[in-house]
Design a binder for this molecule. Sequence first.
Ligand code: ATP
Ligand code: MG
Length: 485
Amino acid sequence: MNIPKEIQIVIEKLEKSGFEAYIVGGCVRDFLLEKKPNDWDVTTNAGAEEVQKIFPESFYNNKFGTVTVINKNAKDKSLRNIEITTYRIDIGYSDKRHPDEVKFTPSLEEDLARRDFTVNAMAMKIENRKLKVESYKVIDLFGGQEDLKNKIIKAVGDPDKRFGEDALRMLRAIRFAVQLDFEIEKTTFESINKNSALLKFVSQERIRDELEKIILSNKPSEGIELLRKSGLLKYIIPELELGVGVSQNRHHIYTIYEHCILSLKHCPSKKLETRLASLMHDIAKPQTKAGVGQDSTFYNHDFVGARFSKRILKRLKFPGKIVDKVSLLVKNHMFYYNVDEVSEAGVRRIIKRVGKENLKDLMDLRIADRLGSGVPKAKPYKLRHLEYLIEKVGKDPISPKMLKIDGQDIIKILDIKPSPKIGAILKVLLAEVIEDPKNNTKKYLEKRVGELNKLSEKEIAKSEKVIKEKKEEEDLKNKKKFWVK
Ligand code: ATP
Ligand code: MG
């Protein structure tokens, strides 16, 4: 791997104008690990105005004191915007999250010392490029290279002081540990333990961004467990801690909390929503537990859990789309399916309830749930059979739009004015077609419209209810199977 040409050019232009310039921070860490950095940051002793003069194609961000050089044509996305920041120090952190003041400094050493971890506090550049005897110059004042080699996350300077300045750094330590598969150095970890309550001062948005990275890493369950051991979890998702040490029933070998993190560990999906749902699908079990020992039950933990996960994710300021999706998955994670017991109509009702676009994720959640219970096979015959049936009934009508007649047709057939009765009739027709798609013909539906029209609106609603009750029967079987001894 090499430092990309675009970055070299930026550094050389700054040097030609008489300034110092280095790549710095996360990109140096990733480069030395031979990993592709997310983005390349350059640091310099030139002030923002001077940088802008050197790079006409750039813009200045006042809030961060950063000049972004634009490379529209770079093939690699990570090179289209290169951020150049003047050496700086942060002064005073009276609110434990923002420096009271940012001061520029002529000293690279001071800039590196303000950074969070030794592996993030290095700067480097290529020397002698023109002479074709290229060598890397690494400025490493805090033993970052040694810690990289030993896979260690260690605070720069006194950890108590550094976490006191910006409490988010504690969460970042865990994020880097799971992203890089590193260990947190002992004194640094003890300091997190001691200072965990400071996380209260950090905004939910900043916490969310780090949590998201932990969940999407290759070791998400280890991340949650580190959060718990370090004392941070109770300031992020205290609801998860309520499941610690709480046993379940004869169907489970793990405690609630263990099962939550194991489900996350085994989630086959890389999607944030599905992973969050895996972690939180049983979040309401502690509150819904009834009975004792092997005979305990957790009635309605899926519905209550859907509400809890909504509340938690809203609190963490996740986007509405993610909140709704996770909540939907949690709510439906108990869907019942047994070969020969659930009809094709039952499968169509599952599809109608959760939506076609959510089926894959719901299936992944079920696999996570199973594997997290210590069940050896991810996808038993049962689930494979359900997938086959979903495929088979996939084109069957499950929404009013898919019926062969619509409200306008009914108005014509009955020669009546628009009224709620029409909606009620359509609901019955849909329920009958979900029962048996062969019913979806103009002829049959028109005949039924005539018959239903003879009933009162109340009676029509009742016939729909009769069909719906079948669905509830299936849910009941589910409850019997999983919740009652
Ligand atoms: P990523 O790969 O996720 O981008 P990164 O290490 O580049 O990881 P950034 O958040 O992009 O992390 O920050 C860039 C650099 O700025 C870090 O490597 C670190 O040197 C410094 N930094 C960022 N946030 C903090 C902080 N809260 N406290 C101290 N230094 C920080
Ligand atoms: Mg970065």
